[in-house]
Ligand binder design. Structure first.
Ligand code: C2E
Ligand code: MG
Ligand code: MG
Length: 430
């Protein structure tokens, strides 16, 4: 065992030889050295001998099932990322995940059998668990051909290929424009624009997020200055990563840039995803608190996708909570999703946070969210993310200044909904 090369290791636990093989093929392509075992007892023996970056475990196995294994992994204080695989219901996988989290284990995700290898690979990609020497099989190329390499991403950051797009945030009841969320895009230079899925996973994997964030922030603040000169003093939300929040120089850097552009920190909201910030809570809290003291706002992004409790959340200096779009899309017909939305809305109320629903795609969803007590919305129903040059025209067309300086709806009237919807559709950015 001592002679194993220094490659990250994945422990694969499944009583089916075929399943072990299939999981091993994907892990090998993701850059892992794999160790295959039959059941929990063998897994514990392997874990006592070496450490693993990744553990992939079936839930139903002889000798020791996956749920018993969870307790054993907790006893061993295993730090590996864990993926559970099972042919059982989603709720059982969800319960195993919940239990494991309660034991302090780090769960990367769950896979329901039968799964296709691409889904497993996608999960590893989403969780930044692809290793630098991953050699993807040509059959996955279709799926991953959009991913840019490390070298391309470094070059893109330096050469300004990463640009901000802006999606409006509106208050449906007050008919006000609340601000914009800044979303990174890759300008290929030949008229094509790529979404963040093409470069953010690479940037995360190679610790390039601080450079990417800086590039976006500089441009966003320059755009805000232009809009400010045109009379639009609107807040902009910027997505940041936990790497930024672990950088103790970040608060000074950000304050310096805002000062240089004459934008008050109170007009910037920094969005962090629930899962990531909770995983690295202690490391992030110091920088977040310092930024909050200087006046920057904080949004908890994709609420519902992580496991933040009221107790954890109250210690973070959040000012806003964003309900994840997967729950917004499902809630009308799916009670558990509705429960997540209701919890989020109530939590925001209890913690005095503003609450916004992401991913509103239909008028039905919009009205449903208003009826739940969440009138602030963002989504394709109102506008897709806009390139910087389209922002002023979009804003001027729909909103004018109220006597208080807010952007108030010019031609948006709930009593003329049909007309409004078709107008909105017509104006969506392709
Ligand atoms: P997010 O911050 O939750 O952003 C919302 C995402 O939902 C955006 O995807 C947006 O285009 C999409 N969206 C908005 N309304 C709708 C809708 O009605 N329907 C659907 N289907 N989608 C909608 P996008 O731009 O692809 O960004 C994906 C994620 O990438 C973001 O999720 C954020 O986590 C990350 N991201 C984007 N830009 C940056 C950045 O500059 N820095 C960092 N760290 N992360 C970024
Ligand atoms: Mg966001
Ligand atoms: Mg989100």
């Amino acid at each position: 065992m001592d002679q194993l090369p220094e490659k990250p290791k994945a422990l694969i636990i499944d009583d089916s030889a075929f399943q072990r093989h299939m999981l091993s093929v994907v892990c090998t392509e993701a850059g892992y050295l794999t160790v295959l075992v039959n059941n929990g007892v063998e897994a514990v023996a392997a874990l006592q001998e070496m450490s693993f970056k990744l553990i992939v475990s079936d839930l139903e196995m002889p000798e020791m099932d996956g749920v018993q294994l969870i307790r054993e992994l907790a006893k061993l204080e295993v730090k590996s990322k864990i993926v559970f695989v099972s042919g059982h219901s989603d709720s059982l996988l969800g319960a195993a995940k919940e239990l494991a989290e309660q034991f302090g284990l780090s769960i990367a995700g769950t896979l329901k059998k039968p799964y296709v290898p691409e889904n497993f690979l996608q999960l590893l990609l989403d969780e930044s668990l692809l290793n630098p020497d991953a050699t993807l099989n040509p059959r996955y190329k279709g799926q991953f051909q959009g991913m840019l390499s490390k070298r391309t991403v470094i070059q893109g950051i330096e050469e300004g290929a990463i640009i901000p797009f802006y999606q409006p945030k509106i208050c449906r009841v007050q008919k006000k424009l609340m601000g914009f969320e800044c979303l990174a895009r890759w300008d290929t230079g030949n008229g094509r624009v790529l979404g963040p899925g093409s470069f953010i996973p690479t940037a995360e994997q190679y610790s390039l997020m601080p450079e990417l964030t800086d590039a976006i922030i500089h441009q966003a603040l320059a755009d805000m200055t232009v809009w400010q000169t045109a009379g639009h003093r609107l807040p902009v939300s910027i997505n940041i990563s936990t790497d930024d929040l672990k950088d103790i120089a970040f608060p000074d850097r950000l304050e310096h840039i805002t000062h240089k552009h004459d934008i008050p920190p109170s007009r910037i909201v920094l969005e962090v995803t629930e899962t990531k910030v909770m995983e690295e809570a202690r490391e992030c809290l110091e920088v977040m608190s310092r930024l909050r003291l200087r006046g920057f706002g904080f949004a908890i992004d994709d609420f519902g996708t992580g496991y933040a409790s009221l107790k954890q959340l109250q210690y973070f200096p959040f000012t806003e909570l964003k309900l994840d779009r997967s729950y917004v899309a499902a809630a009308i017909n799916h009670r558990p999703s509705l429960a997540v939305l209701e919890t989020g809305i109530q939590l925001a109320r209890n913690l005095s946070l503003s609450c916004i629903a992401e991913g509103i795609e239909t008028e039905e969803q919009a009205q449903f969210l208003v009826s739940l007590g969440c009138p602030q919305h963002q989504g394709f129903h109102y506008a897709k993310p806009l390139p910087r040059d389209a922002v002023l025209a979009w804003t001027n067309e729909r909103f004018h200044n109220s006597s208080h300086g807010h952007k108030v709806r010019r031609n948006y009237d709930l009593s003329h909904q049909n007309q409004t919807i078709s107008e909105t559709k017509k104006n969506r950015y392709p």
